[in-house]
Design a protein around this ligand. Structure first.
Ligand code: PAF
Length: 259
C-alpha cells in the first residue's frame, strides 16, 4: 500500500494506473465496519482502490467537535492495508487549504435543509473537499454510505450540476446487532448514552414520521434536532438527536433500494 501526503505525490502514484478503473473512498479516518463495507465495494469493483484520510476542518462548524473528532492514523492505515487499499492519500491541512484558499462549492438547496440548518456551512465544506479529492484522484467510481443520506444527495447533485465524470456508488448503512448505525461518533458514547441512543434507530425503523416522533418524545435522555421525510433518491426518513454531548444522525430508506 502506498501512503502519499501531497497532491503531486498522489498524481505521480496514480499516473501509471489510469488505464484501469480507480475507486475512491473518501474518509476522515476513525475507520469502522461501515467504512470497511465501502472499501470492500471499491475493492470488488475497481482495479485500483484509493482511500483518502483527512479530517476536513471546513465541514465542522464547531471547533470543539473538530478537536474531539477521533484520530488514530496508525490504526486506520493498518485497517486500510488489510482491506486491500492500494493508495492512501492523507494530506496535511495546508495541502488541501493552502494559504489564500478562497474557492468554495455550495450545493445551495440540498445543503441547507435538515443537517444544513443545524450545521451551517457543513455541506459547503463537504462539497468543496470532495470536489478537490475528485480533481486530485480522478476516480472512475466513488463510494459513500447511505448512513449519511443527505451527504449522498449533496454529492449526487454536485456530480450532476458540474457534469463530473465519476460514478457514485451508495453502500447500505451498517448497523450493530441491536440496530445502532455505525458512526465514528459512537466511540464517544458512554454505555448509558449508547443505550439511550438506540431510541433513534428504533424510532426510524417504524418508517412512520408521526410514530417515530412519538417514540422519540417518550424516550429518556435525548434531544431531537429533527425527524423528517426527505425527498432524496431514494426518499428517506431521517433524524438527528443529541445524546449528552454527542450528536447522532441516522435514516431509513422509505422506498426503492432496501437497506
Ligand atoms: O463522510 C465523511 O467522512 C466526510 O464527510 C467526507 C466525505 C470524507 C468528506 O470530508
Amino acid at each position: 500500500m502506498n501512503l502519499v501526503r501531497t497532491i503531486a505525490g498522489a498524481r505521480e502514484v496514480l499516473a501509471p494506473l489510469r488505464s484501469g478503473s480507480i475507486g475512491l473512498v473518501p474518509t476522515m479516518g476513525a475507520l469502522h465496519d461501515g467504512h470497511l463495507a465501502l472499501l470492500r465495494a471499491a475493492r470488488a469493483g475497481n482495479e485500483t482502490v484509493v482511500m483518502s484520510l483527512f479530517v476536513n476542518p471546513a465541514q465542522f462548524a464547531d471547533a470543539g467537535d473538530l478537536a474531539r473528532y477521533p484520530r488514530d492514523e496508525a490504526r486506520d492505515l493498518a485497517v486500510a492495508a488489510e482491506a486491500g487499499v492500494d493508495v492512501v492519500f492523507a494530506p496535511s491541512h495546508d495541502e488541501m487549504y493552502p494559504p489564500g484558499f478562497q474557492t468554495w462549492v455550495d450545493v445551495t438547496e440540498v445543503g441547507s435543509i435538515l443537517e444544513g440548518r443545524f450545521r451551517p456551512g457543513h455541506f459547503r465544506g463537504v462539497a468543496t473537499v470532495v470536489l478537490k479529492l475528485f480533481s486530485i484522484v480522478r476516480p472512475t467510481r466513488t463510494y459513500f454510505g447511505q448512513k449519511d443520506a443527505q451527504q449522498v444527495e449533496v454529492i449526487r447533485t454536485l456530480i450532476r450540476d458540474l457534469a463530473l465524470e465519476v460514478e457514485l456508488r451508495v453502500v447500505p448503512t451498517v448497523r450493530d446487532a441491536d440496530g445502532l448505525a455505525l458512526s465514528s461518533r459512537n466511540a464517544r458514547l458512554s454505555p448509558d448514552e449508547r443505550r439511550r441512543a438506540l431510541a433513534l434507530s428504533r424510532a426510524l425503523a417504524t418508517r412512520d414520521r408521526e410514530q417515530a416522533l412519538a417514540e422519540l418524545a417518550a424516550a429518556n435522555g435525548l434531544e431531537i434536532d429533527y425527524l423528517e421525510v426527505a425527498d432524496f433518491d431514494p426518499p428517506v426518513l431521517a433524524g438527528a438527536v443529541r445524546v449528552g454531548s454527542t450528536r447522532l444522525i441516522d435514516n431509513v430508506v422509505l422506498e426503492g433500494e432496501a437497506q
